[in-house]
Design a protein around this ligand. Sequence first.
Ligand code: 13P
Ligand code: SF4
Length: 387
Amino acid sequence: MTTVDLPLLPLGRGVDRASERGVECPGDLPAASDPELVARARAAKAALGERVFVLGHHYQRDEVIQFADVTGDSFKLARDAAARPDAEFVVFCGVHFMAESADILTGPDQQVVLPDLAAGCSMADMARLAQVEKAWDSLAAAGVQAQVVPVTYMNSSADIKAFCGRNGGVVCTSSNAEVALEWAFDQHGPDTKVLFLPDQHLGRNTAVLKLGLELGDCVVWNPHLPQGGLTTDQLQQARMILWKGHCSVHGRFTEQVVDQVRERIPGVQVLVHPECRHEVVVKADLVGSTEFIIRTIEAAPAGSAWAIGTELNLVQRLAKAHPDKQIVFLDKDVCYCSTMNRIDLPHFVWAMESLVEGVVVNRIEVDPTTQAQALVALQRMLDLPGR
Ligand code: 13P
Ligand code: SF4
């Protein structure tokens, strides 16, 4: 059986100190793993050849993303997951909800592996099926359910996607939230309301900044309070019912750090992810998904200055790839996404070498009913016009 020392690497050993390379960031990324593991990962990948397809989200560590056949944001990875039907194994370097979506979108004979099962997402955990079912019943009791279209962000569990599939809803990502909301608001005429799960910030930012709704059209549903903490009148007036969830990384950027970076770096452009709070997004110059952030930096002229409000691995990678541009991390207190970072080289090598030996570890398998219903909502997203 394969043996790899699974990560007990002390933080700080061999740390890639971004500050020593002139890249501004609040902290250090975890240590790069033993170089010997790079050779083992290469050998395992070569041994598996076409049998394995490795997907890597942009927030993954450099040591892992170098082995990805395809990199992308969650929309691109969902689309790409289905692109290699002949691969027996799909190794997903990302978080649990992404691997679940890959299992739903790949064929029945393909097996999806998440190298560390602890790579979850705190935002996805903020909406549980039982809570959402209860909210749905409350909306019925308040007399508004028939007008409500559930829209869930990709960052949710498969059973929430299935809930949306069986209740006339759709999945969206940060790349296509605008077109998904337009689709949703078309479903029941002018009285349509959207229940947006689980990220209140993406929902609010898209509704207000892209669709032109007022902040007052949005209410926040707190799953821990009776009827979400809202009156029946508030529910009847609302157009967007935002689930009280957020990203524990992006939700920490503040308006103050935007002001501070503008003072520190004259002419800097602030580029943030739509999971950031509305007040932060309003103060920024540009907002968009991780793919949008990458494309913006690639197209930016040499000498331009950028403060980026998204996950640290991606910002550092962009800073390294574009030494002709000044790229800084927006904040001094925010850190990398700890669950994304759980996928490291020891886990990757363990998963890959196990496959070489014929052992599938950490398989992510969504049950057939959930899979079929979630696929309805995912397919509606994939069929939306545009990107
Ligand atoms: P995107 O990949 O859609 O930009 O989402 C970012 C994210 O937080 C993934 O967990
Ligand atoms: Fe979840 Fe935020 Fe981490 Fe993405 S960055 S996996 S939304 S906690």
